[in-house]
Design a protein. Structure first.
Length: 70
């Protein structure tokens, strides 16, 4: 469970491959990570089953596989 407005307020500065400075927020970073996670299928990586991301709610929910020992 992630609070979207809080992630959107938190920002970072990074440099692009061309050397330009760009401002990013953590919510964009989370969405990029979710896209990558959705494409990965490996027995050693926890599987993501569902994402609940409604515009009218402030929270982003990830439904993940149970990690018994970890």
């Amino acid at each position: 469970m992630m609070h979207k407005p809080l992630l959107e307020k938190q920002r970072a500065i990074r440099y692009s491959p061309t050397g330009e400075m760009e401002m990013i927020n953590y919510l964009d970073t989370v969405y990029n990570e979710i896209e990558i996670w959705a494409q990965i299928s490996h027995p050693n990586i926890i599987k993501m089953y569902e994402i609940i991301d409604a515009e009218e709610h402030d929270y982003l929910y990830l439904i993940l596989e149970l990690a018994d020992f970890g």
